[in-house]
Design a protein around this ligand. Sequence first.
Ligand code: CO8
Length: 358
Amino acid sequence: MTGTGIYTPAQSISNAELVVAFNEYVRRYNAAHAEAIAAGTVAQLLDSSADFIIKASGIKSRYVMDKTGVLDPDVMCPRIPERPNDQISILAEMAVAAARDALAAAERKTGDVDVVIVSCANPQRAYPAIAIEVQNALGIDGFAFDMNVGCASATFALHAASDMVARGHARAVLICNPEICSGHLDFRDRDSHFIFGDAAASFVVERAETAQGRNSWEIVSTRLKTKFSNNIRNNFGFLNRAAPEGIGSRDKLFMQEGRKVFKEVVPMVSELILAHLAENAVARTALKRLWLHQANLNMNEMIAHRVLWRDAAPGEAPIVLDEYGNTSSAGSIIAFHKYSADLAPGDFGLLCAFGAGY
Ligand code: CO8
């Protein structure tokens, strides 16, 4: 990995702002349904709380592409105008911004890149691939494709890119992880309205012999695992119009059984990491840094403890979710981008992501 870059939207929403908007929506909803609530035919909505959000998740704020729509109790979703087809799409634009940053850090020109992968959980459209639009915007030859493995998309792309480079299929691969999670989040859902944020990350993978950026990290080994689960799900898709009765229903946005995800994913991820370390004869004491998926602070503290057999020291398992929220595929790469430049030659680090799938 020879360069990383990020794109951070200009607008940020604090927990306090989000909760004020949510609670105003609750007040209006309960007032509008007062009779049915009194009759017991409609459930009364409960207030959200900034204290709960910080305690349950560690999230303090999140960046978004449009703050006004999200905080308007009559709208409660981002308002992002459609663009004509001859303009770059907004997701590709975010990817390109992060990619330029990554290419500059890698000291690579677009002509040095043979493959572009856009790997993210929230692709903007069915086709054409966002990656091909990014390739076009950057003037890159070769080929490009999208892939989606939920929040783990960036690490799966890292695995694919390192294989392509190792087998000589590409000189350099540019990976982009743009996420407008706010577009898929139900801001009227108390259980999840605080979880996600928008951002993009990008990184370059190339042969070690050609690495020339100011910082390079050798990929020692990659390891993937998937296990089917319905505990994180979004049923939005092209077949929705074939069942119009379901259009607009709750399952067409992000849904999760958060507590179950927490309980199932922490052991699965910890065991995978420990097995991977053993396979590579890397002692847990050799790990200088853990760039973990940025979904939940408590989850990351538990995983770090199971891997290190002690609490992580400050900065050892860096957290960006406090400022960014869960930015899905971008999260662990943003943590890596911000907290990797100080590592010394010979240091080991571990990059890890997990999410819907699982
Ligand atoms: N304010 C106040 N109280 C609340 C709120 C709120 N906002 N929300 C829930 N509560 C209440 C509940 O009603 C419950 O009350 P009671 O005990 O009376 O029933 C109580 O608080 C506890 O609720 P939970 O058990 O749900 O709380 P948890 O401690 O489990 O915390 C979390 C909830 C934060 C969601 C936590 O479970 C979590 O983070 N789990 C892991 C989630 C995770 O890692 N998910 C991965 C998702 S990433 C991914 O792959 C998605 C990819 C697609 C991206 C799509 C973008 C939109």
